[in-house]
Design a protein around this ligand. Sequence first.
Ligand SMILES: *[C@@H]1O[C@H](CO)[C@@H](O)[C@H](O)[C@H]1NC(C)=O
Ligand SMILES: *[C@@H]1O[C@H](CO)[C@@H](O)[C@H](O)[C@H]1NC(C)=O
Length: 993
Amino acid sequence: MKCLPLVAVLSLAIPHALGLGQESCVSFRASEGSFAVVSRGRAAPVLIAEEEWPGVQRAAADFVADIERVTGVKPSFTNATAERTPSSGELPIIVGTLGKSPLIDQVINATGLDVTNITGKWESYISRRVDNPLPGVEAAYVIIGSDKRGSIYALYEHSEQFGVSPWYWWADVPSTRQSSVYVSATGCSHGEPSVKYRGIFLNDEQPALQNWAQEKFTNGTGPPFNHFFYANVFELILRLRGNYLWPAMWSGMFGVDDPLNQFTADYYGVVMGTSHQEPMMRSTPNEFSALGLGKWDYVGNKDVIKKYLKEGVERSKNFESLYTMGMRGFGDLPLSEDTNIQLLQGVIADQTQMLQEVYGTEDVSKIPQVWTLYKEVEDYYTRGLTVPDYVTLLWSDDNWGNIRGFLPPSERNRTGGAGVYYHFDYVGDPRNFKWIISTQLQKVYEQLSLAIARQSTRLWIVNVGDLKPYEREIEFFLGYGYDASRWNHENLGEFVSLQSQRDFDVNAATATTITSIVANLTRYNSRRKPELWNATVYSLANYREAETAVADWRTLEAASTRIYNSLPNNYKPAYFQFVHHPVIASANLAALYVTAGQNNMRAIQARYSANGLAETAERLFEVDYDYELQYHRMLDGKWNHFMSQTHIGYDYWQQPMANSMPPISRVHARKQALAGIMRIVPEYTYGAWPGDNRHNCRDGYNCGDHTFHINNYDVFGSRYVDVGAGGPNAFTFTVASNASWVRLSSTRGSISTRNTEERVYLSVADWSQLHEGPNAAVVTFTSSSRDHPTLNVKVNFVATKVSPPAGFKGFVESQGVISIEAAHAQRNTPVEGVTWTELPGLGKTLSAITPLPRNEQSFAIGTGPSVEYDFVNFNTIGGSGNLTITFLLSPSLNAATDEKPLAFGVSLDGASPIRVQPVPASSRRGDPPGWGTHNGWVANAINKQTLVFNNVKTGAHNLKITMMETAVVLQKIVIDAGGIMESYLGPPESRLV
Ligand SMILES: *[C@@H]1O[C@H](CO)[C@@H](O)[C@H](O)[C@H]1NC(C)=O
Ligand SMILES: *[C@@H]1O[C@H](CO)[C@@H](O)[C@H](O)[C@H]1NC(C)=O
């Protein structure tokens, strides 16, 4: 594999002041009409009304503190009325919420400021300079919210642009010092967010979040998730423009652990919910179990459960709450085998009655409610269970980032709308992922943009595990929900670039480098979650796959280390948390597994060098813990415990109770191998010569020499042979070919316990000297040593010269394979305004393509937008005339409804197209066949669909893919002409002529 291309990033010359993705209204130099927040050591006083929301009062106090953080000057902050405004001589900043602030009413009255754009709107705001806002006040900068959070977002937007990152505390981002700060006369403004409720779910909080919270927010006893802890979470959510939280629930009881929790959420302005399995704002099962209320059985214990749930409503009714309706069983399991639709419908009817009674109103449609269609519940919905129109329907992803459903077109006018429950972190089948970032923003965007297109925009919630280390992804999730039109498949790199400039204070060029580091970090970790890695994920023999994977990681690590070292010390912790730690820790883990794999292989091959790799693997295993400690000890232990998640040596879906070293092997260091002193190991085999090895040939003994095939379109242009020690004895060796056209990278070498291996490359010196068809040579490796018999090992080297037809343009077979990145089509034909479009950076090796726009058009087979690929083959499988074509697709699901499953058409050489449906129709209760196990779609992060074509001649061909349904995401195409070898990513891309 070649080095992966860097993600193209638009480097914009941005002013330093920025709110991620927002328009800029802050500058650090005065300009025409600008308003001084701080200049010449004096700060504008901040005025607010006494009647204001306490949460806005609180956020305004943050705003004041943020100004001081940046400038060192603390503004005065006072309650004011029109009659009583402080006369410091400075022009004031006046903050307030429509309908809540007499001060703001007065300003609007006095200035005639037009607030119709935000009046009655959800979470909207304006800010601007006004003249004569109050008696005796010549001018002011007003910040006006349409409601509580409108004002809060406005304040934090300004803070962020002043230079206080939302992550100033949670990821230790320093603020750049400014002597002056100005806001523009026209200010900043924002309308309603794209998604109404945008939240995170703290989940599976042991061992990281819980132990940390216990250490930092309690005196060692008492529940860890108290209001001191949550206050930090609430502030972060609001600074990130979110508004919603599902609290930690495995080891917490939000409403019980600390009586101030619910109050604090409401005071800050965060809407509380509970997870999909915890109805009516009670932490279930914890609270239910703690109270000893008997069985969680709505048939047998109905009255008790009803009373219990009703208390949840009573406890929450004074706070902004979003009720989870319905019911699941204990431990997030189905309620019971025979739970039926009637029962669940009855539960919801009873819950509706509770809301009516507690809120004292017949009409509960204004109380936000959500019903999550998770696992079996989705099946009930499909089978006709209905809930009131005003209840939001929440579809989940498959826990692995593939959304299972959206609001069908027929239901789009339901007043409760629909939403998405997404995962960055997960505990369950086929394996947990909760150690480190393993999600691509490109994937998150690809899936959530479907939610935008299909109007599932009432509520988005993402499972973020321990919160850290998914900082960037959380910000993107909440930010995309806030401003869906701001981000698209082409500017996701800009998001990372802007975040880097804001949080690491780097220039645009460095930010571009960081963007590519992040793109590759998340790409490599989402090829397969680190928890699913082992010693043989990447092929140790074929396509140089394993060593390329490690080399790519090391390149990334070096690039990240250069940036880390170049940063001022006060910026290092933030960069370490966002980028550097995940890069070095993941790179080390990848190297550990590959090293263990090579060690195992070399031991079987009787190579003395296995022992050195065993030592390396043991060292890398220790380094893993070093990195964990480095994270924990940073900043005097501020983030102690956060990296304590075990992640090495998984044996089934659940986390191991300790990290365990992948198995390694050793050979006797003092004993000579049976087969002699020299070991010859060609690539593309696990075998070794001389002597026997079960990989040398089918029977594993009496095998012939190894034969290499290469043609003049080979991706690597060479084949290598490793020459290694078969024991402690030194020897020299020579390499010779019987044909002058063979180029050898070296013709001699010496091997000893200090230099245990040498690699020799075989290639063709000059293809023009060869005749068409196969040209055979024999390369002989000869050992020489005083005390041991001379060994001669031959390797056959067959160079086949091929010629594509005259004028052919397209991909050329080598080694019996044609491999094509989907983005590299020869022709791309739109139909009815829909075009197969590249999603840059998405997927395992380069990118992916999908039809855009996503307007849910369907096309009959063969009639849709198409992409065409031209290729030439010189072989068919075993000369049979068969070719297999495998499509490597992102593992998306049939989310549009089963009537419109994902599908596309494939035709070869103009034959009638074949319909491919990557995901078979299946019960909504579970996952489709092929999805699960450690070798299924989500574990492999790919859905492979293979077609066999018969009677294919050698020569030029045309492969045409036509759109049938929206949301097919195609990464790569691999055509087997008889030479495919096992690998994880598929062969590297063929040569394009
Ligand atoms: C304004 O008055 C309220 C209510 O008395 C109080 O809670 C708040 O702290 C005051 N704000 C300022 C800035 O003094
Ligand atoms: C608005 O201004 C008018 C005069 O311009 C005054 O009569 C009225 O009382 C003011 N209303 C408020 C709420 O201040």
